[in-house]
Each structure stands twice: as structure tokens, then as C-alpha cells.
Ligand binder design. Structure first.
Ligand code: CUA
Length: 320
């Protein structure tokens, strides 16, 4: 019997992994709800099955005893749910209070998240760096996130690291994020926001303080100008075509923030918000016909020739 319960516990622990205090509290509360629901389900199922067997028409022809206005019964089925709802109301309130840690009104956020159709703009105002879709955080530290939207309603959710937070146009939400150990934590947009809602993935890379500081230092640097002729051609194209109207690359005149910041795009592990692995081949696929790869994304098809795609992709992949 003990083994049985241990197996069940192990199963649930695997389903509700948590790597932050907030996520642990939420998962624990969910488990409590689940147990209560399971008990109620078992009672109802038992009564339905037992009733069906006992009063099966082939067994007994007479109508069972009819009950109306049974005081004890009515009080029981009113008071028991009331107790359950009240207990869970306060349990939920306790968790909500715990995970929504207070912050000062004028407190600057550590991270600014701006949700777009269909990618995440991620900024570190304290370090002056901007990235996209892959958030780096130092493990073991609680960071304040400021979450907003540039277009429609999205929702930030990395299940292992805490609660969902909606990104609502014209409204700012705050949320805390922390990871108790280094690792990669996956999340996704969890509010339907359009054609590519499914491809608004989030990757959180929790690192030791030392590694995180190294990453920040690297992100702060302006990438060196390309040296080989193909990439140089790509860099020229980037500035002369309309790329710079939407994208930014530090150290160049391109400074728009409608699309993802591409300063260190080559150093990310994925492109298109987790849709494709970041490599030269996939970058070429994307630039050849964006709408064929991610239909509905706001990246137009520039009808580039094969050589142009090659030059531009080579340049972007070298932006490490
Ligand atoms: Cu953004 Cu769903």
C-alpha cells in the first residue's frame, strides 16, 4: 500500500514540477483541489452505480421510496460544500498573497516584457540590453517583471517558474520570476492571440550569477562588423532595404523596435519565438518566404533572390 501511494506521489510530482517557490505553492494548491474533486467524483460515481444496480428495473418493479423535504439531507448537502468552498477560498487567498509579493510603487522592474504578435520583446532596463524570446535570469534571485502588450492580449506563462500574467494592451501588469536552480525552463503564450498563438514560445535560461553576468556583458557589446564579403553584402542590404524600418542592430543606424532586436540574434538558440532552431539553413528558409514558414507573422515577403537570402542570413547568423 505504501508503495502504491509513493508511486502516485511520484506521478504527481512529475506532472507538477516546480522550480520556484511560487510555482510550488500553485502546484500544491492545485493538488489539494484535485484531491477534493477526486473524492467528490468517487462519491457521486459510487452512488450512481450503486443506485443503478440496486434499482435496476429487471430486479425490482416497484418504485423506490420517494423522499421530499428531508431536512437533515438538505442541511448536509448545503453545509458540506459551503465548508469546502470556504476552506479553499482561504487556501487560495493565502497562495495569492504569497506569490504576489509587494513592490514599491516607483520600483524599477528588472525585466520588461512586451508581448507582440507573435514573439516576446525582453528588456533589461538596468543593463540597457534588449533581446527576444529567450530570457536569461540569475538563479536564486527574485526578479520583478513588468509585462505589457503591443497589440492584443497575450499571457506570459512558464509553468515551472510561477503564475501566468496577462499582457494587456494599455495596461501594465507586474509579476515576480525566480528559478531555484540553473536550467532551461520552457513556457508559452497562454491567451489565444491569433494565427501563430501556438508559436509564441518562451525559453527561460536560469544561470549562476557569474554566467549571467558574463551573458549581460556580452549582450552589452556591439557586435563586430562583418569581415567576409558575403556577410558584408548582407549588412549593406540590411541597411538599404526596409529591414531597418522594423528591426534594430546596435552599432548600426537600424534602431526600430517593431520587430525583434537583432543585435545578437546569432547567439540565440531558436528563431521565430521557439519555432525553429537557429541556424543558417533555417534563417534562409525564413527569409526566402516568411509567410510559408510562419503564416500570419508580421514579416513581409521581400521576394529576395537566392544570393540576397544567403548574404542576409550569413550576416544575421554572424551577429553572435
Ligand atoms: Cu500571444 Cu497567444
Amino acid at each position: 500500500m505504501k508503495d502504491f501511494f509513493n508511486a502516485i506521489r511520484h506521478f504527481f510530482e512529475q506532472q507538477f514540477t516546480s522550480s520556484s517557490e511560487g510555482a510550488y505553492d500553485i502546484n500544491h494548491l492545485f493538488l489539494q483541489y484535485l484531491i477534493l474533486a477526486a473524492v467528490i467524483f468517487a462519491i457521486v460515481a459510487f452512488m450512481v452505480i450503486a443506485g443503478a444496480l440496486k434499482y435496476h428495473s429487471k430486479k425490482r418493479q416497484e418504485v423506490p421510496k420517494q423522499v421530499s423535504g428531508h431536512k437533515t439531507l438538505e442541511i448536509t448537502w448545503t453545509v458540506l460544500p459551503l465548508i469546502a468552498v470556504t476552506v479553499f477560498f482561504f487556501l487560495t487567498l493565502k497562495v495569492m498573497k504569497k506569490i504576489n509579493r509587494p513592490f514599491k510603487k516607483d520600483q524599477k522592474p528588472d525585466i520588461e516584457i512586451i508581448a507582440h504578435q507573435f514573439w516576446w520583446d525582453m528588456r533589461y532596463p538596468k543593463y540597457g540590453i534588449i533581446t527576444a524570446n529567450e530570457l536569461h535570469i540569475p538563479a536564486g534571485e527574485k526578479l520583478l517583471m513588468r509585462i505589457q502588450s503591443a497589440d492584443v492580449i497575450h499571457s506570459w506563462w512558464v509553468p515551472d517558474l510561477g503564475r501566468k500574467t496577462d499582457a494587456v494592451p494599455g495596461h501594465i501588469n507586474h509579476s515576480w520570476i525566480d528559478a531555484d536552480k540553473p536550467g532551461v525552463y520552457k513556457g508559452t503564450c497562454s491567451e489565444y492571440c491569433g494565427a501563430e498563438h501556438a508559436w509564441m514560445r518562451i525559453k527561460v535560461v536560469a544561470q549562476t550569477r557569474e554566467d549571467f553576468d558574463k551573458w549581460v556583458e556580452h549582450q552589452k557589446q556591439i557586435p563586430p562588423a562583418p569581415t567576409d564579403s558575403v556577410a558584408r553584402e548582407g549588412a549593406k542590404m540590411f541597411q538599404s532595404m526596409t529591414c531597418a524600418n522594423c528591426h534594430a542592430i546596435a552599432g548600426t543606424p537600424a534602431n526600430a523596435h517593431i520587430g525583434p532586436d537583432l543585435t545578437h540574434v546569432g547567439s540565440r538558440t531558436t528563431i521565430l519565438s521557439g519555432m525553429l532552431t537557429n541556424n543558417l539553413e533555417n534563417m534562409k528558409r525564413w527569409l526566402t518566404n516568411p509567410q510559408k514558414v510562419k503564416e500570419g507573422a508580421h514579416m513581409p515577403n521581400f521576394m529576395l533572390t537566392k544570393d540576397q537570402v544567403n548574404a542576409l542570413s550569413t550576416y544575421l547568423e554572424e551577429l553572435k
